[in-house]
Design a protein around this ligand. Sequence first.
Ligand SMILES: Nc1ncnc2c1ncn2[C@@H]1O[C@H](COP(=O)(O)OP(=O)(O)OP(=O)(O)O)[C@@H](O)[C@H]1O
Ligand SMILES: [Mg+2]
Length: 258
Amino acid sequence: MGQVIAITSGKGGVGKSSVCVNLGIVLAQMDYKVCLIDCDLGLKNLDVMLGLENRVLYDLRDAMEGRCSLSKAVLRDKREPNLYLLPACKSVNLKYFQGTDLQLVVQELRKSFDFILLDTPAGIESGFIHSIACADQVVLVSTLDITAIQDADRVIGILMKEGIEDIGLVINKMNPRYIDKGISIRLEDAISWLSIQILGYVFDDESVIRSNNRGMPICLSKNAQINECYEIITRRLLGEQVSLPKYKEKKFLQKLFG
Ligand SMILES: Nc1ncnc2c1ncn2[C@@H]1O[C@H](COP(=O)(O)OP(=O)(O)OP(=O)(O)O)[C@@H](O)[C@H]1O
Ligand SMILES: [Mg+2]
């Protein structure tokens, strides 16, 4: 039976969908069969990030409401044969969206996939609650901005109340220059503030934005630094003992004398 991982955050725009797609690619490259589910109802993203938007005939809602079989709604990635996507619906009235329907879809997918990654919507509304209700574990994404960390802390409280204790932290858009200048908080401070297991971090890199816009996820390109970040996150998620990537933080004297 497949493992279900929800990718979530407190603050929006911190990189949940990017982490979901790239984690999916690295797992698929490791020979696991992976299905991504875009749970961002009405605001779909993953089909565009994977360059699959023109291939979408059916979506999550069609599958939930029985208008098509699950196998018809699930699309295979063009480049990575182990990676599949269940796209989000273009529009949905949340009033009619039942969390139990999503659970049924996820239960069915567990039978044929090793990993099911749920890209949850921003905020802690019903889409978030329905998604985490299906999850065995959670990857919490944040940046090193105080507001993002504060919102992540709030989400940890909600997840724990819901009985989810397997929560791994991914810090995205990490910029060592911002840490040096005191614009972002330090990684160590974020880890001790949130007090959950750190899976890893991904550097702030404009090529990630370019890749997302081109429908060509960064982990399929030759960006060695970002690829290493994602590989370490994935290996730690799988329980391997690997160290975090290295980055240089300027020490006090270096800061004074340049
Ligand atoms: N490591 C990174 N470096 C630079 N930009 C990034 C990085 N990761 C993601 N981005 C960019 O940040 C923006 C938000 O990313 P993304 O859509 O993945 O976030 P999200 O948390 O899913 O957003 P939402 O809450 O709206 O669903 C996008 O423009 C994306 O390309
Ligand atoms: Mg998103």
